[in-house]
Design a protein around this ligand. Structure first.
Ligand code: CMC
Length: 431
């Protein structure tokens, strides 16, 4: 824990409490209220945790005003440019960039764990054929705890490590299987001669009937999508994983909880929601109508892929993703695609509109990731599963950090109760 030479004083009525303050290495100071109830008999109230730090962490730092995202201190644009997904996984998990030998050993280890237990194929077949791949992922990742009994003991560091590597290695296989199942094609086994992203693409797009060659520009773009989504400090799904893990739940159950949370359209489901919105808009002439709806207080509609809880000037991931989108669209020659045309014009129209500028609403990473994935040939239902597989390493890193914290406690928020006070039960005939 950082220094606590400073204190904050809270006064209400006759009560006065001094609360310790801590200074982080970057970001605003925090006031420690953990003893507040014991000292002063009050709770704090912060729906949505907009001002509450739930843990200390050394993994990821975001400065929403500057538009800065650092993993273990390294800026995301440098990592997206110079590194690759598995190296970023190593960095997130172990805290430092690996030496060449460490990276080779890690990549080897992950590659040797990409197959799933053969019996899991039967498990998949229990889902309805038209199941959303996220529904399948929540179920299958949770079910990994029924297949890998030798990595469930969270108190054994070796088992924690094996569970971590298994999930990083198998999530692409599981996501690809969920996709293949949903379109009625045979599962494609992983290939150890391909890198992580190329292997994922071949598991999604190859068929047993013919050879499939992975285009290196597309696998590089996929690697960037994975890198840009790898971690994002204490967002909703990560906090869900930490909360689930705080009870001592097994690692597969915790990651399944994270996947469930990520599914929502305000979080990981935004890239799917964004593409569906672009398709609903259909043609550029309808853009003003949708912009007007987004601005109308009476209409719950929001421009999907715009705005962020933390980034209030720009999303640094979106900058890199936009560049990647241009490369992929160039390669595939799909400039005439009507969805992409609507996307380009909607972006320009929203950026020129004072409503969005005043509220600091800019395109986020999901605005562009959906465009790339659509151009690559993924259906919208696969967008969130791809986000889930890339975020798995972030969830695991945060979960391991939490378990390693000697002061770790079960998460248990308080509430502002506004219901009835105690009243006596009324027999049914008297109601
Ligand atoms: N379109 C129109 N208005 C918006 C939008 C939007 N996309 N986002 C926020 N606003 C307005 C909102 O109505 C509110 O207006 P007012 O102050 O007049 O009531 C103001 O901006 C602030 O909104 P908020 O809901 O208090 O902001 P928040 O920080 O709680 O919400 C958000 C952040 C991401 C949930 C929200 O911007 C949103 O719903 N965006 C669309 C969904 C989306 O793209 N999500 C992906 C986020 S990036 C991926 C990830 O990291 O998970």
């Amino acid at each position: 824990m950082a220094d606590n030479k400073k204190t904050a004083t809270l006064e209400f009525g006759d009560t006065r409490v001094d609360l310790p303050m801590y200074s982080p290495t970057a970001g605003p100071d925090v006031i420690d209220i953990s003893k507040l109830y014991a000292q002063a008999g009050v709770f704090t109230y912060d729906p949505g945790f907009t001002s509450t730090a739930s843990c200390d962490s050394t993994i990821t730092y975001i400065d929403g005003i500057k538009g800065e995202l650092l993993h273990r201190g390294y800026p995301i644009d440098q990592l997206a440019e110079k590194s690759h997904y598995l190296e970023v996984c190593y960095l997130l998990l172990y805290g430092e960039l690996p030496s060449a030998a460490q990276l080779e050993a890690f990549e080897n280890r992950v590659t040797r764990h990409t197959m799933v237990h053969e019996q899991m194929h039967n498990f998949f077949r229990g889902f309805r054929r038209d199941a959303h791949p996220m529904a399948t992922m929540v179920g299958v990742v949770g079910a990994m705890s029924a297949f890998y009994h030798d990595s469930l003991d969270i108190n054994d560091p070796d088992q924690r490590e094996v569970a971590s590597v298994r999930m990083i290695a198998k999530l692409p296989t599981i996501a690809a299987m969920a996709y293949k199942y949903s379109i009625g094609q045979p599962f494609i086994y992983p290939r150890n001669d391909l890198d992580y992203s190329a292997n994922f693409l071949q598991m999604c797009f190859a068929v047993p009937a013919e050879d499939y060659e992975v285009n290196p520009i597309l696998s590089r773009a996929m690697d960037r999508i994975l890198t840009l989504h790898a971690d994002h400090e204490q967002n909703a799904s990560t906090s869900t994983v930490r909360l689930a893990g705080s009870s001592g739940a097994n690692p597969f159950a915790c990651i399944a909880a994270g996947i469930a949370c990520l599914w929502g359209p305000s979080h990981g489901g935004a890239n799917q929601a964004c593409l569906e919105m672009l398709k609903e808009i259909g043609t550029p002439d309808r853009i003003p109508e949708f912009i007007a709806r987004a601005k109308d207080k009476e209409d719950p509609f929001r421009l999907m892929g715009f705005g962020h809880r933390v980034y209030k000037n720009f999303d640094p991931r979106a900058k890199v993703m936009k560049q990647s989108a241009d490369e992929v669209l160039d390669l595939l020659g799909v400039e005439d695609n009507p969805v992409l045309q609507v996307a380009k014009e909607l972006e320009a129209a929203a950026l020129a509109d004072p409503y969005f500028a005043d509220k600091k609403l800019f395109p986020n990473v999901d605005f562009y990731s959906g465009i790339i994935l659509e151009a690559m040939g993924f259906p919208t239902s696969m967008f969130t599963p791809i986000f889930a597989l890339s975020r798995t390493v972030g969830w695991i890193s945060q979960w391991k950090e939490m378990l390693g914290d000697p002061g770790q406690k079960i998460g248990r928020p308080r509430q502002l109760y506004l219901g009835e006070t105690m009243r006596n039960y009324v027999d049914v005939e008297d109601r």
